[in-house]
Design a protein around this ligand. Structure first.
Ligand SMILES: Nc1nc2c(ncn2[C@@H]2O[C@H](COP(=O)(O)OP(=O)(O)OP(=O)(O)O)[C@@H](O)[C@H]2O)c(=O)[nH]1
Ligand SMILES: [Mg+2]
Length: 343
């Protein structure tokens, strides 16, 4: 899962990238995008580490991709910049409220830009398919099938619909995968503000339009992080900053990408794993190792919250809260899993 930080020029994407990953933006990577890793804050993970005191700890990580800002004037170079954005699985649209941007207008406008880019990609393909069908090539039938998948999707965009809000059939999903359509990706809006004040009216307006929104003075926080303790406390008070939004931002990202966390814990290693919400025990097993999926027999599951509350697996079992499940069982957020397998 790669999360793209996207938006117009100078909105604070690279500042947010550094705040979340601790990685300094490298100017030589501006055009291709820069990848960094952020650790997901997780109280269950911290609890498990305390309980097992393991030799090794592996928290869940999210990959962030800093992308070049789009020009507000529609120009050719935006196509190249959008192609970097396509690599991401989900998007954080950073809006430069500190620099006077109107978040409602920018959110809508950016979506239009993405729609246009998606339309262009789809229409190019549709035109080619039509041309090849006209020439009666041997793959005509295949082309007709693909065309039948793509045309209704282009139709949705023409009606001004966002593809992430549409239901795709499995065939449509397959026919569009290689295009990495932008409006198909989940989006979190981050309003990069000049201070820690939250404008509730704007947040309400945006959530009313179906957006997930976080307000954070990301740029200022990054600057504060570089100061020594005493200076930091002084400036933080000036800006009304009482705590870093680092954790809050990462948690919001985590929610928007529809992931859950499950855990594998013992004295050797406590490890957190990310999984798409709604995934089965078999998929979770495959996330750990392909052998575990191939030779899957059963999984043993308990809620980490129960384990931490009761203090040991034995106590969880005694309370009847430890379950043996098959491969189709849907894993829940916060599950501790042991996979029994045989290869
Ligand atoms: N005052 C203020 N300045 C900020 C804030 N965030 C970023 N900046 C400044 O705005 C400028 C642009 O920030 P970047 O993080 O480089 O923005 P960007 O979105 O990566 O810019 P491009 O990659 O060129 O699109 C820098 O000079 C930052 O120091 C903020 O919250 N407040
Ligand atoms: Mg940048």
């Amino acid at each position: 899962m790669k999360i793209g930080l996207v938006g117009y020029q100078g909105t604070g994407k690279s500042s947010l990238f550094e705040l979340l990953t601790g990685v300094k933006p490298d100017p030589s990577k501006v055009h291709t995008g820069q990848v960094g890793v952020a650790t997901v804050p997780d109280r269950r993970f911290d609890g498990l580490v305390k309980l097992f005191n393991p030799k090794k700890v592996t928290p869940a990580k999210m990959e962030l991709l800093d992308t070049p800002g789009l020009s507000r004037e529609q120009n050719e170079s935006n196509n190249q910049r959008m192609s970097v954005v396509r690599e991401a699985n989900a998007l954080v649209h950073v809006i430069g409220v500190f620099a006077g941007a109107d978040p409602v207008a920018d959110a809508a406008r950016f979506e239009e830009d993405m729609m246009l880019a998606d339309m262009q990609v789809l229409n190019n393909r549709i035109d080619r398919l039509k041309a090849s069908i006209g020439k009666h090539k041997p793959d005509k039938e295949q082309s007709e099938k693909e065309l039948a998948q793509l045309e209704p999707i282009a139709g949705l965009l023409n009606e001004g619909k966002l593809l992430r809000e549409a239901e795709f059939s499995a065939d449509q999903e397959a026919a569009t995968r290689s295009f990495s359509l932008l409006t198909r990706k989940q989006v979190l809006l981050v309003l990069n503000t000049a201070d820690a004040k939250t404008d509730e009216a704007v947040v309400k307006q945006l959530t009313g339009r179906g957006y997930s929104v976080v307000m954070a003075p990301a740029g200022i926080e990054l600057e504060l992080a570089a100061l020594d303790e005493a200076e930091r406390a002084m400036f933080a008070a000036d800006y009304g900053i009482t705590e870093s939004s680092h954790d809050r931002l990462l948690r919001a990202l985590f929610d928007v990408t529809e992931q859950i966390t499950f855990y594998t814990s013992d004295e050797k290693e406590v490890r957190a794993w990310l999984l798409k919400r709604g995934s089965t025990a078999l998929v979770a097993a495959g996330t750990i190792h392909s052998d575990l999926a191939r030779g899957f027999i059963r999984a043993e599951i308990m809620a980490v919250d129960d384990l931490l509350r009761l203090g040991s697996e034995r106590e969880v079992k005694a309370a009847g809260l430890h379950h043996v499940v098959g491969k189709d069982h849907v894993v829940q957020n916060g599950d501790e899993i042991v996979v029994r397998f045989n290869v």
